[in-house]
Design a protein around this ligand. Sequence first.
Ligand code: 5GP
Ligand code: MG
Length: 190
Amino acid sequence: MQADIEQILLKPDAISSRVDELADEIMADFPPVEPNADSLMIVPVLTGSLIFVADLVRRMPHMVRIEVVTVTSYPGTATESRGAKIVGELPADLTDRHVLIVDDIFDTGRTIEHLKEQLSTLNPASIKTCVLLRKPDRVVVEDKPDYVGFDIPDEFVVGYGLDFDGHYRNLPFIGTLHPDAISSGRGDSE
Ligand code: 5GP
Ligand code: MG
């Protein structure tokens, strides 16, 4: 698996320190209103944010709720987005809650835009967005994410939750794939 990696862009230590900072930024913006009251409704976008959100929420000492949404945007071996599709139910009760959407990467930005539109129909008090990665050269939407871990070049990356054809999510770092690994499209699709 490691042999398929061309270049490591972000090592585990760099990711970990940045996740510390992101958690601090977010918690500063959402202090607890009263003891034991929910500060935030965290909405992780599965599957890519799985590892990121697990690390992020464990750095948050306040009361939060977590309700996942599942979105597919890169079916199988595609590395170009074919548009976001929400799979299954939206969170049941967002009314008057402060919502934080957490995703792995802001590429064109369409996934987050689409989700924000959908979740805003559920009458939340506010919606903010947090992404670990952003590719500034690829963004096509107006709205910016509120919290960004790292800006990265326009390259297809895997690891720390991000997959290619369902694989590589368990790598502890973020890196690019060898062109050979992309063209052979290893493994079954998700
Ligand atoms: P957007 O809608 O912003 O164009 O795409 C966001 C989604 O596309 C992300 O949540 C992620 O699932 C997928 N994506 C975008 N860029 C990459 C990438 O470099 N690597 C991987 N593995 N997925 C990506
Ligand atoms: Mg995703």
